[in-house]
Every structure is written in C-alpha cells, then in structure tokens.
Write a protein that binds this ligand. Structure first.
Ligand code: ATP
Ligand code: MG
Length: 357
C-alpha cells in the first residue's frame, strides 16, 4: 500500500466548491486503484482567517505544510481584502518557500469543447506553458519615493538570476524532449527591457547548446501573444518569466474554452518540498455560493498531481473521464453553455471514471 498525504487549502469563493469535487475524484481513485491511500489535512487559511488573525496563514504555516507530499489549493481572494495581500501572504510564500519554480500550465483543447478560434482539430491546440514561478517580475523588491509630492513614484525590481533561469530552462527542455514536436518557444522582451531580458536571452542561448535536437525560438512577448491566436499549432513547449507566463496562460485558457478548464501545477521537480496543484482561476466572487462554478480546472489539476506522484495511469484516467463527459455533452456548467451545477459536473466525472476503469 502506497500512502500519500495531501494538505488541502480550500480558500475563498468558488475555491471550496471546486475542491469538494476534486476530493470526490481523489476518493474514487483510491477505491479504483486499491493499492494507494490518501490522507488529508485541512487548512482554513483564507480571507476570513486574515480578517480574524491579521495574516493569511500562521507564522509557522510552511512548517505545517512541509511534511505533506502535495498541496491541493482552491483559490483565495475576497472583495474585503486587497488582492495583493492574499497573493503575497499565502500563494507566493508557498511557491517561493517550497521552491516550486515550475508553474506547469497545459493549454489543450479537450474533445467536446469548441475553441473561439477557427481551429477544429484538437491536435492543433495542444501545447504546454512553463512559467518561471519564483523570481522575475514578482519580486518583493521595490518601494515608493517622494510620497505626497507631485514626484511620487513606485519602483519594483525584476529579478532574473542565472541559477533561476538555468533551472527553469533545463526543465522546459526536458519536457520538450518528451514531446512529439520537440520545440521550445521562449518569451522575451529584450528589445525594450534591456538589463534583465538581455541577460535572460544570454542564458537561453547558452543552455540551448546542450539541446541541439530541440528547436529553440525566442519571441518577444507581444509577438508571441499574437501567435497564441494566429498560429497556436506551431507551439509545443512555451517558456515565460513569471509575469509573461501568467498573462500568456490566461490567454491560453481563453483559446481552449475559458478559465473553467485551465489547470496548473506548481512543481518542485526535485521533490525536496511539496508541490501544489490549483486551477488557474481565482475565487470568482461573482459566481461564488451559487454552486455553478466549473470544477474541471481543479479536477484536471488533480490529474497533474497524479502525474507528479508517479501515478500517470491515474492522471490519464481522470483526464480521459473529463473528456468523455464533455464529448457526451449532457452535463455542462453555465460557462460551457449548459445549466448544470458544480456538483453534477463532479458526479458525472466520477461516474465516468468508474465506468472507464
Ligand atoms: P481573484 O481575485 O480570486 O483572482 P477574479 O475576480 O480575478 O478572482 P477569477 O476567478 O480569476 O476572478 O475569474 C474571472 C472570471 O472568470 C470570474 O469572474 C468568473 O466569472 C469566471 N470564472 C473563473 N473561474 C471559473 C470557473 N471555475 N467556472 C466558471 N466561471 C469561472
Ligand atoms: Mg484573478
């Protein structure tokens, strides 16, 4: 019997709603496999916790999470708490503290879903974005000067390190090696950001020498955003800095059916620390409490979790079952044009998993 311990942070808004469905999927995997056991520890760290305690998680929060194998994360954010607080006090400390330097975001048009683009062939929209997750534009270095004067200004540093760039490039290349097209497209903006991005390009041009069998292309972020729409079939593995990867993947989600279908993994490839799996979307306060959020993004994140735990057959079962339900087309949440609830969508996926296993 293999045992895995999972830290669960449901969070705010639709976070707990979609986490519930993911837990049903995990329970089903356990039943179907027979040889694995998941145990759970729940953490109520969210905006409510912040309003009561003045912080998003306890001082020893990372210590409490450290010994779990993986973290299942819903979403945090509430109109009563500024967004940068929930992000800077919870999500970013976990990503940075556990060296989850890879943010893995598949952009894949599932069977049964239509793209808003003209693409009909699902193989044309099937690539993966690797977002650098620990440094870059999301650095805490900066501040304000000349407050209260007409010359007030804010400065935020962009931190690109050789070590951080090399390790994310090596990860992106090793991923490209395992894929069919063997392409790596790297986002840059060295024509305008002339210190950090020229250094980034330099490191790319050094590391690429070790991977002559992978075709490497560097594109400026503005052009690359257009390629996401104009020729996504040319993409295979896309690497972006923290900010560029963040923006590109919301665009990526939009071309494959929206935020309700976009999963992610925050990965520490060395497995020195727990990795964290979450939907790309946030707490979506506009639909929270209505029971209509699409749980697929979160359930697909469970599939990524299984891959990370070296249980790829379970990852595949989850993703195939999601696709089978979408192809059938009967159970759909409102974001996909249907009128089903979050729970009905989760139940349909669980039923399909049992049928397929
Ligand atoms: P946060 O501040 O937590 O990031 P947000 O207001 O930015 O929240 P998101 O959760 O990022 O909102 O989502 C943007 C919009 O996309 C939401 O307003 C919601 O309508 C839609 N959306 C996001 N996730 C889902 C989902 N799982 N199912 C259906 N619609 C969703
Ligand atoms: Mg958001």
């Amino acid at each position: 019997m293999r045992h895995y311990s999972i830290a669960v942070i449901p969070g705010d808004g639709i976070g707990p709603e979609v986490i519930n469905e993911s837990l049903k999927v995990l329970k089903t995997l356990e039943e179907l496999h027979g040889g694995i056991r998941f145990s759970y520890e729940y953490f109520d760290w969210n905006c409510q916790y912040y309003l009561q305690n003045g912080r998003m998680m306890p001082k020893d929060g990372l210590e409490q999470l450290k010994n779990h194998d993986v973290i299942l994360f819903g979403a945090v954010g509430d109109p009563s708490v500024p967004d940068h607080i929930s992000v800077w006090e919870l999500i970013l400390p976990i990503r940075k503290g556990f060296q989850q330097y890879v943010n893995l975001r598949p952009i894949r048009l599932l069977r049964g879903i239509d793209s808003p683009l003209r693409y009909k062939d699902h193989d044309d929209l099937d690539f993966i974005v690797v977002r650098e997750n620990t440094e870059g534009e999301y650095s805490d270095m900066g501040g304000r000067l000349h407050a209260g004067t007409p010359f007030e200004m804010a400065i935020q540093n962009n931190v690109i390190t050789r070590q951080g760039s090399e390790r994310i490039l090596q990860y992106a290349y090793s991923l490209a090696e395992r894929r069919k097209k063997k392409h790596l497209t790297v986002a840059t903006k060295s024509n305008a950001i002339n210190h950090t991005m020229t250094f980034w390009d330099e490191v790319v041009n050094e590391v690429r020498k070790d991977y002559p069998h992978i075709q490497t292309q560097l594109y400026h972020i503005d052009a690359l955003a257009a390629y996401f729409v104009m020729k996504p079939e040319s993409l295979d593995v896309v690497l972006g800095s923290n900010l560029f990867g963040d923006i590109l993947t919301d665009l990526g989600a939009a071309i494959v059916g929206g935020l309700g279908l976009a999963p992610s993994g925050n990965i520490n490839p060395e497995k020195q620390f727990p990795s964290m799996f979450e939907a790309i979307h946030g707490s979506a306060p506009d639909i929270a409490g209505k029971g209509i959020a699409n749980p697929i993004a979160q359930i697909w994140s469970v599939s990524l979790m299984m891959d990370h735990l070296d249980l790829p057959e379970l990852g595949k079962l989850v993703l195939d079952s999601i696709e089978d339900v979408l192809v059938e087309g009967i159970v759909r949440t409102p974001d996909l044009g249907g009128s089903c609830t979050t729970k009905e969508m989760g139940d349909a996926i669980v039923a399909q998993m049992k049928k397929s296993a």
